[in-house]
Every structure is written in structure tokens, then in C-alpha cells.
Design a protein around this ligand. Structure first.
Ligand code: URA
Length: 435
């Protein structure tokens, strides 16, 4: 099968057979297709789209381009959660512990932050000693023993995605729903899961700015997962202002621990509970959303969710004392300076993207994949839209390691936190459920 023949079919708007799609994905994995042929094919897909059958074949071929983790020794329905990424989105940390404490195994392979979007691995690595680089056999062993492992992508999982994503990045073909679905779902399905809950975010701080695009992405991913015999559900959640009150790495671990004690900010608790409810139902630990909620509240109230988080951290070499004494264990920035309100009023807006860029400027995120993040810096105590503030009251606290980055973050934050006189109605955080 010549690459140019397969590319021509897609160029002309024809539906590709599973064998043709497999040839393309194999070409990306073994190098038998040149970069210019792969790029031409990606652009043809970008311009002409893919049918549901093509997306399913593409996802399956990508998943099978590497190892598919074998968790068959782990009893129970294994359920993971994937978020399309946002600002202050630390949900994976408390959620994994809560759901595992309810008896559902959670194998979770996460990513790093890039650009405005934070990454679970960076947050976990702010816990001294925490090792996200487990081999797949060690990952499977830990899921069997502890019920959960929180690791990074290994080179064996869906290697075709690494190649194709790098080409998409430089050929203006990232924003393509079939390609995004194949990329995300192939990696998730290679984890060895039985079911998956997707948190598809929309809004200024999300990958998808409009709810319509988020809905299309969610429906396509749910369809692929179901076609491959997995239980998949998606929630569409708003990402116009940051989730919770902390943005950074160590500062988000602190907020995650508060969440595990039931003391997290209301919006973070709401999204964490909503995703957890879906996971427990899919995982067979609850018959319905209401009983799932009761179970999740139970593991917070009796301390078993927090204890499970400590167990996961210890299993991965981290300092589990973070659960009882986060401030004593986590790295701290050199200076913490409150940003105070210049006037009294009601918070009209906190632009998630601007807050993310302020955190990036502090060093909490990475502009390029090869950059390092500073675990200690970030923003805490962020006000939420609709809250009333007095003159001189802190709107946020900036954790910085130097004056220059602090000043740059301060300017951005001051501009993006808008105070006015009118009452603001915030739209529902969880907009829709799909699947
Ligand atoms: N995240 C991924 O893993 N892949 C995409 O294509 C987009 C976002």
C-alpha cells in the first residue's frame, strides 16, 4: 500500500478502510512513511474529517501501535478520569484517592503542563520523592496492591501518537476533533482500563473555547470508547475562571489535601464529586449518582480518602506526611505577597487564561515542552466571581521567587480580576452530561 495512494483517497474525501488507516499509523510508528507524507495525510484529515468508523479504526490502530497495559490480574472494574485541561484543575489528585478509597481501582496515566494548562505530573512531583516514572509492570503491581497508580506516559504506550502529535504541532493540524479523539482515547485505552470518565472543559481557560466544540469532542470520544466496549461518560464543565483558589504546583497539592478533608473550595468539591459519582457508578461501586455521592462523602468524613492519598504517595516514594502537614513538606516560594482590592465591590470576572499566564510568568508552568517548572511558586486565595470584597482585602496571594516575576504576575492579576457594583450570576459549572 503506497502512502501516496492512501493520502490521495483522503485528499479526495473518500472513507478509508481500517487497513488503510492501519497502514498510515504503522507508517508513523516504524518510520516507513516520511514526515512529509504523514503531514500531508494529517492535513487531508484536518480538511476532510473522518467518519465515526474511521475515528474508531484510527484510535484502535494508535492504541495497538505500542503496548496495551495488562491489568487483568487486578480484580474489579478499572476506571480512570481524563480532563482536557484547564487552569487550577487539580481534580485528579483528590479524585483518584476518593474513588480508590471507595473500592474502585484507578489506573491513571497523566501528562505534564504545557502553555496555560497545568499538568497532574508536575503537581505530584512537587511532593518530595514522588516518582511518576514507574515501568508498566510496576504500575500494574501498584494498582493491584494499592488500588491506584499515578504515573506519566511511557514510551511504549501509543508511540504513534508521540510522532503524530509532534507533526500536528508544526503543521497547524492540532485543532481537529478526529485527531484529538484518536490521540486522547488511544493513550487512555492503552492504560488497561475498563471504563473512563471524561471532563471536557470549555471556556477561556480551556482547549475548547465554545461549548459546541466541547460537546462534539465529548460525544466523539464517548462513541469511540463505547465502540471499543468500554463504559465512557463525559461531563462538560465550565473553565472561564480557575477551578478552586490555587494555581501552581505545590499550592495545588495543598488545596487537593483540603479537598480530601472536605474543606476544598466549593467549585473544586462540586467537580470532584460529580466526576467521582460517574466513576463509582461505572465501576460498579454504586447503583446511582445519589448513593455514589454518599459513598464519596463517607470516605472524606472517615478520613479513608486522605489515608489512601498518603498510601499512594508512599508507594511511589513520596513523603506521605504531606497529607497531615502540607506546609511542612512542600517547597515554599521565597516571598508571598497579597494582592489587595483597590476598592470595595463584587467580583465581576477572573479570567482563567490571564491567571494561567500570571502563573506561567512566576515559573509554575512551561512555555515549551522542554522547560522545567518551579514547584514552589503560584497563586493562592483567588477570589471567585460573585464574591463581595472590601477595600484592602486580598484578591489573591502571589507566591514568587523573585521581584521581577512577582511584578509581572501582579500586573496581569490586577488587570484580570474585575471588581464592580453589579450582582453577577455565574452559569452552572457542570453544563452537560454525555453518555
Ligand atoms: N491532548 C492530547 O493528548 N492530544 C491532543 O490531540 C490534544 C490534547
Amino acid at each position: 500500500m503506497f502512502p501516496q495512494h492512501v493520502i490521495a483517497l483522503k485528499r479526495d474525501g473518500r472513507e478509508l478502510s481500517p487497513a488503510e488507516i492501519e497502514a498510515f499509523v504503522r507508517g508513523a510508528t516504524d518510520g516507513s512513511w516520511m514526515d512529509y507524507q504523514l503531514s500531508a495525510m494529517l492535513m487531508a484529515i484536518y480538511l476532510n474529517g473522518m467518519t465515526a468508523d474511521e475515528v474508531a479504526a484510527y484510535t484502535e490502530a494508535m492504541m495497538n501501535s505500542g503496548v496495551v497495559a495488562d491489568l487483568s490480574d487486578v480484580p474489579g472494574i478499572k476506571v480512570d478520569k481524563h480532563s482536557t485541561g484547564g487552569v487550577g484543575d487539580k481534580v485528579s489528585l483528590p479524585l483518584a484517592a476518593m474513588v480508590t478509597a471507595c473500592g474502585v481501582p484507578v489506573p491513571m496515566i497523566s501528562g505534564r503542563g504545557l502553555g496555560h494548562s497545568g499538568g497532574t505530573l508536575d503537581k505530584l512531583e512537587s511532593i518530595p520523592g514522588f516518582n511518576v516514572n514507574l515501568s508498566l509492570p510496576d504500575y500494574a503491581k501498584q494498582v493491584a496492591q494499592v488500588g491506584c497508580a499515578l504515573i506519566g506516559q511511557t514510551k511504549d504506550l501509543a508511540p504513534s501518537d508521540k510522532k503524530l502529535y509532534a507533526l500536528r504541532d508544526v503543521t497547524a493540524t492540532v485543532e481537529c476533533i478526529p485527531l484529538i479523539c484518536g490521540s486522547i482515547m488511544s493513550k487512555k485505552l492503552a492504560e488497561g482500563i475498563d471504563a473512563l470518565v471524561l471532563d471536557v472543559k470549555f471556556g477561556r481557560g480551556a482547549f475548547m473555547k465554545e461549548i459546541e466544540a466541547a460537546r462534539e469532542l465529548a460525544s466523539t470520544m464517548v462513541g469511540i470508547g463505547q465502540a471499543m466496549g468500554k463504559g465512557v461518560r463525559a461531563l462538560l464543565t465550565a473553565m472561564d475562571q480557575p477551578l478552586g483558589r490555587a494555581v501552581g504546583n505545590a499550592v495545588e497539592v495543598v488545596e487537593s489535601v483540603a479537598c480530601l478533608r472536605g474543606e476544598g473550595p466549593a467549585d473544586l468539591m462540586e467537580v470532584t464529586y460529580a466526576l467521582g459519582e460517574e466513576m463509582l457508578v461505572l465501576g460498579g461501586a454504586a447503583d446511582d449518582i445519589a448513593s455514589a455521592r454518599a459513598k464519596l462523602e463517607g470516605v472524606i468524613a472517615d478520613g479513608s480518602a486522605a489515608a489512601k492519598f498518603g498510601e499512594i504517595i508512599a508507594a511511589q516514594g513520596g513523603d506521605a506526611a504531606v497529607v497531615d502537614d502540607p506546609a511542612g513538606v512542600l517547597p515554599a516560594a521565597r516571598q508571598t505577597v497579597p494582592l489587595v482590592a483597590a476598592k470595595a465591590g463584587i467580583v465581576q470576572d477572573v479570567d482563567a487564561m490571564e491567571v494561567a499566564l500570571a502563573a506561567l510568568r512566576l515559573g509554575a508552568g512551561r512555555a515549551k515542552a522542554e522547560d522545567n517548572v518551579n514547584p514552589a511558586v503560584g497563586i493562592t486565595g483567588l477570589v471567585k466571581v460573585g464574591e463581595t470584597v472590601a477595600e484592602g482585602q486580598p484578591l489573591a496571594v502571589i507566591h514568587a521567587d523573585d521581584d521581577e516575576s512577582w511584578a509581572a504576575a501582579e500586573v496581569r492579576l490586577r488587570e484580570c480580576i474585575k471588581i464592580g457594583d453589579t450582582t453577577v450570576a455565574t452559569p452552572p459549572l457542570i453544563a452537560e452530561r454525555i453518555g
